[in-house]
Design a protein around this ligand. Structure first.
Ligand code: NAD
Ligand code: IPM
Ligand code: MN
Length: 355
């Protein structure tokens, strides 16, 4: 089992080292190889996704990724920005299916900013399409306008687009995932305004006809953003496009107590996967030893399950996480009165001990 380890920037290295510690504690034999990515790779090798890092990722059975991005690179040309590394990995490896499970563990009910009764028992699965939409659509750029509200003004533009096969394959992923859960899919769109999402809705509906055992409903994204904080437990599997999925999954993370709890898996057609927390490099807390490593540790569990065929080891990690939460150990982002505040390293050590 060959794992490419890409720590990245900000809190990336701090949280990835804890997940690696947990993997080593499993007594499985892994071959781990680390490479720079993001701002760290730009600083070392002049490019956020060096050819050597991309090759390592392509050749691996799975990729464990931290996070990329740093304020100090915000003014670089777009193709050199750290974020291009994660976008490039997703695109180059065809990682179109992004799973972001939002589970509220009983011990963290009080850590959510929502009332406990709204989040107790929450278990929703956001499936975000990850290689299309306005993120990758061409053309994009800057120009002088020739029409619009201010013709002749300087303007910027991006292109939102989805093809039928792109929508079909992510819809199949969602319906198949729903079959293993409570057999309900909510497709989130903006069909009332956007042609791209009218088409999305039509294609998801067509694919849904092949899954008569799964109930499908549709919701506009603005309403979905509201319903997620009004009655989040009404959702089971959510399927949506790249940009709406990005935004709604950060929103959903607070239902679990903290964005530091939300893992993710990004899979391609051959189940090769990249595993990363849903959050970013958190430059505001980097280097302080207070980042929550659990989203990354839970991403490593998803890696064992989805790409490495080690369901038992995945469950062991998930149970160890539950156990440290039951012991009352909390990084600051999930701290509440009566619990014990711990550092990133102490949290990682506690998970290892619980294993
Ligand atoms: P962010 O997710 O990095 O941070 C948002 C807030 O959540 C911050 O207050 C941060 O301290 C907190 N937070 C995030 N992870 C945490 C953790 N594990 N434990 C405790 N607190 C945590 O989002 P941002 O501040 O908007 O972006 C920072 C940088 O990260 C940007 O450069 C952005 O582009 C990048 N980013 C990268 C990824 C990725 O690598 N996949 C994802 C999102 C953002
Ligand atoms: C995420 C991040 C990325 C995204 C950025 C860093 C490119 O926000 O993984 O959610 O928008 O997909
Ligand atoms: Mn995001």
């Amino acid at each position: 089992m060959k794992i490419a380890v890409l720590p990245g920037d900000g809190i990336g290295p701090e949280i990835v080292v804890e997940a690696v510690k947990v993997l080593h504690a499993l007594d499985l034999s892994f071959e781990l190889e680390t490479a720079p990515v993001g701002g760290a790779a730009y600083a070392a090798l002049g490019h956020p996704l060096p050819a050597s890092t991309l090759k390592l990722a392509k050749d691996a059975d799975a990729i464990l990724f931290g996070a990329v991005g740093d304020w100090k690179y915000d003014n670089l040309e777009r193709h050199l920005r750290p974020e291009q590394a994660i976008l490039g990995l997703r695109k180059n490896l065809g990682l179109f299916a992004n799973f972001r499970p939002a589970i509220c563990y009983p011990e963290l009910v009080g850590a959510s900013s929502l009332k406990p009764e709204l989040v107790a028992g929450l278990d929703i699965l956001i499936i975000r399409e990850l290689t299309g939409d306005i993120y990758f659509g061409q053309p994009r750029g800057r120009r002088i306008a020739t029409d619009g509200n201010f013709p002749e003004a300087e303007e910027a533009f991006d292109t939102m687009r989805y093809s039928r096969p792109e929508i079909e394959r992510i819809a199949h992923v969602a319906f198949q995932a729903a079959r293993k859960r409570s057999k309900r899919v909510t497709s989130i769109d903006k069909a009332n305004v956007l042609e791209t999402f009218q088409f999305w809705k039509e294609v998801v509906t067509e694919v849904g006809q092949q899954y008569p055992d799964v109930a499908l409903d549709h919701m506009y994204v603005d309403n979905a953003a509201m319903q997620l904080v009004k009655a989040p437990k009404k959702f089971d599997v959510i399927v949506t496009g790249n940009m709406f999925g990005d935004i709604l999954s950060d929103e959903a993370s607070m239902l679990t107590g903290s964005i530091g709890m939300l893992p993710s898996a990004s899979l391609n057609a051959s189940n090769q996967g990249l595993y990363e927390p849903s959050h970013g490099s958190a430059p505001d807390i980097a280097g302080q030893g207070i980042a929550n490593p659990l989203a990354t540790i839970l991403s490593a569990a998803m890696m064992l399950r989805f790409s490495l065929n080690q369901e038992e080891a995945a469950l062991r990690i998930e149970n160890a996480v539950k156990s440290v939460l039951a012991q009352g150990l909390r990084t600051p982002d999930i701290y509440s009165e009566g619990t014990t505040r711990v550092s990133t390293i102490e949290m990682g050590n506690a998970v290892v001990k619980a294993l």
